[in-house]
Design a protein. Sequence first.
Length: 240
Amino acid sequence: MSSQLFAICFNATRPSELARFWSGVLGWEPAEGPEDGVAILPPDAAGFRIRFLPGQEPRTGRNRAHFDLTSASPQEQRQTVARALELGGRHIDVGQLPEEEHVVLADPDGNEFCVIEAGNKFLADTGVIGALACDGTQEVGYFWSEALRWPLVWDQDQETAIQSPGGGTKITWGGPPVAPKTGPNRLYFELALPADADRDAEIDRLVSLGATRTATGAGDDDRALLLDPDGNEFSLRLRG
């Protein structure tokens, strides 16, 4: 059995504060349980959770990934922006043009995200998180399509996107140029296997697709740490 996307993880200086922000923006409920850090759960059990883990890595440039939030109407876009600002977000300039209709914000920990204008056809019927938009190569898009067994829903001009067969959030990669990686990513994927699955066999499969084992080895007893073909960290856990 192949691993599933279990969570998008944020390394955060103040995990609880960041969880409250994103819970308020998205309307997702906190998770219960003894997990490290704090997590919020999507309304659809088939979706991924968002986990906020303690991390003190210094910020070195923009993140390689950010959320694109959807809007059903101009009024809803304005409401989402206002709610984010009330909860501690702020406007930022990442080079967006005046004529562009999406709004670029940062959460209280400085992580960028966009509130997309209504009528975006590419993000239609994806949910409140329309996409996790990533800076990455075509190769890494192909890797994650095979790793998660999610089909490619876009593959043009070296830009790629995948989506679960059940729908929901798309994961996109913008193609070259890809900014150099200057340190550990603050956002990363956490994959999960059932507790009775063969983790070693799954690691071998991921490596055969282009992943790399990290210098830190196998992680702890139930977690392995790897890099995708673009050098992005991700983890694989056994889920009880």
